[in-house]
Design a protein around this ligand. Sequence first.
Ligand code: LLP
Length: 406
Amino acid sequence: MNDDLSRELLISIAGEYGTPVYVYNADKIKSQYDRLSRAFQKLPVRIFYAGKALTNINILRYIHSLGASVDCSSINEVRLALYGGIIPEHILYTSNSIPFSEIEEAQRLGVHINIDSLSALEKFGKRFGNSYPVGIRVRPNVMAGGNLQISTGHDKSKFGIPIDQFEKILKVVKKYNMHITLLHVHTGSGISDADLYMKAVNHLLDIVKYFPDLECVDLGGGFKVPFKEDDSEADVDLIAGEVKKAIDNIQTKVGKKLQLWIEPGKFLVSAAGYLIATTDVIKETSTVTFAGVDTGFNHLIRPMFYGAYHQILNLSNPEGQLKKYAVVGNICETDTFAWDRDIPEIREGDLIVFKNAGAYGFEMASNFNSRFRPPEVLVKDGEPILIRRRESLEDLVKNQIISNKI
Ligand code: LLP
């Protein structure tokens, strides 16, 4: 098991596939998966990997091969998972602000469905009555997670049906005699506080008794991973212990067993990912030394979008003297990965690496400034495997139509 890829391997991958390049470590994904499975082993748990973190089909297939199902946040993620050979029973679909036709498609495809609004619940009941089991995503009105942007359970969040509208939920469910098998809550991303996590869980468990057909409770994802060396991390053993107590308690009250579903994204893939870039320009000014690299927020937007911290290492000069840098991208906007960061001296041509880039890295990449999205390489059993090619000009123009009216 190799939890961290060696500098030599990263350098050789950059040599073979060029930069920028995303690299993922299968061993690290597996060790995180095993950690989580162990933590929850005393419960009948099903792990649904939140594919939105990194949807490369090979990653979906790899995590599926470890035993996980897949949580999909759009109908296209569902199609992608099916395309990757994952069977409908192993796919969960939870989307929001969508046309009802997408939910109908998910039903046709036979996947598990989780409903996010009263209006969709009403439409689902009217269309399918009790003929198709369905879940309900509840908004617990609890503020948790990294920041407002990635917190989804608070009382102004667009996600889920507010728990205070519980009477309305029940009314619709009764009206159409709906077959509600799943209750779901996801409070946000980057949660390390077990008490807050449990607050949302307990709100959900409080309403279990009203759903006689219930088979599972889904507590979402959001387990925090450390980004800085001294960062806190979700204590999954502690959380699993608390969840077990709460579920045992509710099972006694309602007199039946419940399955537990969880939906980790970051926890499985974040630390497994690296983005390697080449430093093309060092610009010394009277105030700042810029290290300009051949990537930007078009490839890793988390620092600019959320103020997220990603450790940056100099692969080419790890023993160099520490100096302060602003590490900036090559996009025609202020795309600063890090201000005032101490890094071993960076010279033009040096390879640098952004760590913890596996989750929401490539996945949130774009073609801004008409730049190509990078290749992706998965290291499995020590072997680097190309799982996505670098884009080319053809990719940029393939859907553009040169009109003869112009
Ligand atoms: N389940 C649901 C319903 C979700 O909405 C999410 C994430 C997850 C599970 C997985 O959460 P995770 O375990 O990855 O924290 N782009 C942001 C994170 C957005 C999360 C969106 N939903 C970031 O880069 O921090």
